[in-house]
Design a protein around this ligand. Structure first.
Ligand SMILES: Cc1ncc(COP(=O)(O)O)c(C=O)c1O
Length: 409
């Protein structure tokens, strides 16, 4: 293929995506992120952001970021082991580790980078052994960054095998571990999302802790959709399920509930985290989080720790919306997470509903095959603590109107 042919192939692939209605369009916002936003000069209720606690434009978070910009400047201009580390980076590592119930942590530029880094950083080392195999047991619905992290690990650390287990099917996981018993794997890792983002479903952490202990496996939980969200004080899925402090490794993001800017972390035991500081390639070869974002993230943790109502407001809003949307006649995936999937079946219905809802003042995204299984197209509603009761009622009224118009309810 010559270069002209390459560009023309790319052009026709883009046309194919549009024809298949899988092309991703980006909607310009005319306001900052919040419980409501402005789109096409219209104020609409935002139901598609991971801004669970409404901290993306919280005055204290913005003020902390402004202060850090003045005090520490705009950027670090290299990686930490080369150009130095500011005290706020260490402070955030300490604070987030404490918040999620681990000994210490290491920052990355995103949770995607953290997940991509983790497996190969750990497993691409022979630790003086010559003949060994490692195994990673991974929930089939885990986030793309975990899947890519495992793929990368298999490419770099050749003796690594992956064992995907059926979603949340712990019997399947146990069967695989049993079948592998005689293989004497050197290191076993079980990895799961704490909350699965297409369903708003939780992993079963108490059982996973028990399985990991019984099999001498390291339990890794990506709690990106749960840190700041689930549990009485927002400390995540482990707090929600009474296993706080019992997870070996927690990865997460500052790009959702904790201010919504960017940045990720890996939290765990000191020896592991210090080892990752030496071996994680995205940590070693890519700039760290900028000072303003670090300070904003610390301010987000301060807010959550000092004012429990921030988390309870989100939980109340979630319970209210879940109850009322069902009362209108819609089918949802039951649960208690602010991700509330409204099930519609066919992709065309989800596409039409999403467009009609925007006209009625609600910003929401539809998901359909191949992102979710065929025939399970849905609108993924995401509730925020920033929503007022009026915002939620406005959204519910729009759902009622459009749902009836399209004969969904
Ligand atoms: C479960 C999970 N892990 C990781 C990520 C990536 O987070 P970040 O935006 O910090 O890269 C996401 C974001 O979509 C996620 O949902």
């Amino acid at each position: 293929m010559n270069i002209n042919e390459l560009y023309s192939t790319l052009g026709s692939e883009l046309e194919n995506l549009k024809a298949a209605k899988t092309f991703k369009y980006e909607v310009p916002l005319e306001s900052e992120q919040g419980g409501t936003v402005t789109v096409n000069h219209q104020n609409v209720v935002m139901l598609a952001a991971n801004n669970y606690l409404g901290l993306a434009n919280h005055p204290q978070v913005k003020e902390a970021a402004h202060r850090a910009l003045d005090e520490w400047g705009y950027g670090m201009a290299s990686v930490r082991f080369l150009c130095g580390t500011e005290p706020i980076h260490f402070e955030l590592e300490r604070r987030i580790a404490q918040f999620v119930g681990c000994e210490t942590s290491i920052l990355h530029s995103s949770c995607f980078a953290a997940n991509e880094a983790f497996f190969s950083a750990l497993l691409a080392n022979d630790f003086g052994q010559t003949d060994y195999q490692d195994a990673i047991y991974s929930d089939q619905l885990n986030h793309a960054s975990i899947i890519d992290g495992i793929r990368l690990c298999k490419a770099i650390a050749k003796p690594t095998i992956s064992r995907p287990y059926r979603h949340n099917d712990l019997e399947h996981l146990k069967q695989m571990l049993l079948a592998d018993r005689d293989k004497n794997f050197r290191i076993k890792i079980i990895v799961t999302d704490g909350v699965f983002s297409m369903e708003g479903e939780l992993a079963h952490l108490p059982e996973l802790v028990a399985i990991a202990r019984e099999n001498q496996a390291l339990l890794v939980v990506d709690d990106s959709h749960s840190t700041g969200v689930m549990g009485k004080s927002g400390r995540g899925t482990p707090e929600e399920q009474n296993v706080f402090g019992e997870i070996d490794v927690i990865t997460g993001t500052f790009g959702k509930a904790l201010g919504g800017a960017s940045g990720g972390f890996i939290a765990g035991r000191k020896e592991l985290i210090e080892f990752l500081r030496q071996k994680s390639r995205p940590y070693t070869f890519s700039n760290t989080m900028p000072p303003s974002v670090v300070a904003g993230s610390i301010a987000a943790i301060d807010l959550i720790e000092n004012d429990p109502s921030i988390v309870t407001q989100l939980q109340e809003n979630t319970a209210y919306f879940r109850r009322e949307i069902v009362n209108l006649g819609f089918t949802i995936i039951e649960g208690n997470h602010p991700i509330v999937p409204v099930m519609l079946g066919e992709a065309a219905v989800a596409q039409d509903m999403s467009q009609e809802l925007l006209k009625e003042g609600v910003y929401i995204k539809g998901l359909w095959y191949p992102v979710v299984p065929k025939g399970e197209a849905r609108l993924r509603t995401q509730i925020s603590g920033a929503h007022t009761r009026e915002d939620l009622d406005r959204a519910l009224a729009a759902f009622n109107k459009v749902g009836k118009r399209l004969a969904v309810i």
